[in-house]
Design a protein around this ligand. Structure first.
Ligand SMILES: C[S@@+](CC[C@H](N)C(=O)[O-])C[C@H]1O[C@@H](n2cnc3c(N)ncnc32)[C@H](O)[C@@H]1O
Length: 418
């Protein structure tokens, strides 16, 4: 049974803002043709799992099934549903299909069949950082979003991104030409002045998108399994639709697409077989929350605070610099009894005791095998070693080889392949 609720959109004044419970095949078959300007599909990915997640307060559990008998069953399921999507799309509409390495090869073939290979526009790689040691092999750190349009005449708004720090802005702002030897030189007017190249807005957005995955504590997270970030959907909606256009999500889950569409002044229609998902989507629409990404605002580089100068004291040994921790400078590549060795190098402004105390404090909860302080200068304080915590070893970088000391201690290289 299908149920729906219409909301008045503030910006468009058109009541096409709907969340509908049901199979998108049935619901879309009942709709008039050519009403959607943009379709985003984030369906089950052929993970062969039943996805289940609790809300942050653990009061509710949301789930959906991603279990299939075969690739053929999966392909048939999407062939039927993509055909009805095609029917409801306007001639200028685009469709974005979100998938991953489990089924991207199958989805690509079906999309080619429904839309025609000539209407394939892009394969977007959504990449994000993850921490996991659990498997042998490369850590999956991307998903695929395939973009097709209904025709060659489609809505597209170029998004410009910043030039990279190494770009020579001078060269971009001034016109260039080839001289008699074929060398690229600045083009000059009759007075010898360089000619401007018109205004530049940056580099057009590419097809690899580095957008952080929602962290478990993000305010935006509602506890729906595989919930996508609003930021990702905002980008797709901005690229391929205009204000008041209708955005359709036939597998809407917790309603991320609908929330992003609402925030950008688009109309929307969401469909999901799960009543729980529809109710959740509706409640998110009633009270939209988006987490700002500090990572995107300040850039990944801003998180790098390892002091490259000070790390030169470790030139004899292999180590990994530690970012985002003001007490630990490095983790050695070797370990003691399977536990890491944490290192701090004494700063000019601190005593060995202060250095050791900072390291000890920062190591709390890290189950370190050893704590090493590298002393970089002499102090006038007599007997400073007395106060050093017993589990911290102090090396004098000026008189003692750290590499030699490491050889004498019972320190091993970690096992390969972990
Ligand atoms: C990956 S989730 C969508 C997550 C969503 N993008 C979000 O950010 O919360 C896939 C959704 O597809 C729904 N679904 C599965 N089969 C469906 C069908 N035939 N019609 C409509 N929805 C379906 C599931 O209930 C599930 O909520």
């Amino acid at each position: 049974m299908a149920s729906s609720r219409n909301l008045q959109a503030k910006t468009c004044q058109v009541p096409d803002t709907t969340v509908v419970e049901g199979d998108c095949l049935d619901i879309l078959s009942e709709q008039r043709a050519h009403f959607a300007d943009l379709v985003y599909i984030d369906p089950p990915f052929f993970t062969q799992k039943h996805h289940k997640l609790k809300t942050k307060d653990r009061s509710r559990t949301f789930s959906f099934s991603d279990l299939w008998d075969s690739h053929e069953e999966y392909a048939r399921f999407f062939f039927d549903r993509l055909q009805v999507c095609w029917q409801v799309m306007r001639p200028t509409a685009s469709l974005y299909f979100h998938c991953d390495r489990n089924a991207v090869h199958i989805v690509r073939m079906i999309l080619d069949e429904v839309f025609g290979n000539e209407n394939f526009r892009s394969e977007i790689i959504w990449t994000y950082r993850r921490w996991s040691n659990s498997r042998r092999g490369l850590l999956p750190a991307h998903q695929n979003i395939l973009c097709y349009t209904k025709s060659s005449d489609f809505t597209f708004n170029t998004i410009y991104t910043e030039y990279s720090p190494s770009t020579n802005i001078d060269q971009i702002l001034q016109q260039r030409e080839r001289d008699a030897d074929g060398k690229s030189v600045y083009k000059r007017d009759s007075h010898g002045q360089p000619i401007a190249n018109g205004s530049k807005r940056g580099v057009p957005l590419g097809d690899v998108w580095d957008i952080p995955y929602l962290n478990p504590k993000a305010r935006e997270r509602v506890g729906y399994p595989t919930q996508k970030p609003i930021l990702l959907l905002e980008r797709i909606i901005s690229l391929s639709s205009n204000p008041c256009d209708l955005v359709l999500d036939p597998f809407c889950g917790s309603g991320t697409t609908l929330v992003a569409a609402k925030m950008l002044g688009r109309k929307y229609m969401g469909i999901d077989t799960s009543r729980d998902a529809c109710e959740l989507a509706q409640s998110r629409l009633d009270n939209p929350i988006k987490s700002e990404s500090n990572l995107l605002q300040s850039g990944r580089e801003s998180y790098r605070n390892a002091d490259e100068e000070i790390l030169r004291f470790l030139h004899e040994i292999s180590f990994a610099p530690v970012q985002r921790n003001r007490g630990i400078d490095a983790i050695l590549d070797r370990e003691i009894d399977g536990k890491p060795i944490l290192v701090r190098i004494q700063r000019q402004s601190e005593t060995v005791y202060e250095c050791a105390t900072k390291l000890l404090k920062a190591s709390n909860g890290k189950d370190a095998g050893a704590l090493f302080v590298i002393k970089t200068h002499d102090e006038n304080t007599l007997g400073f070693f007395d106060a050093i915590p017993s589990n911290v070893t102090v090396f004098d970088s000026t008189s003692y080889s750290i590499g030699e000391a490491i050889k004498q201690l019972n320190i091993h290289e970690p096992l390969a392949g972990r």
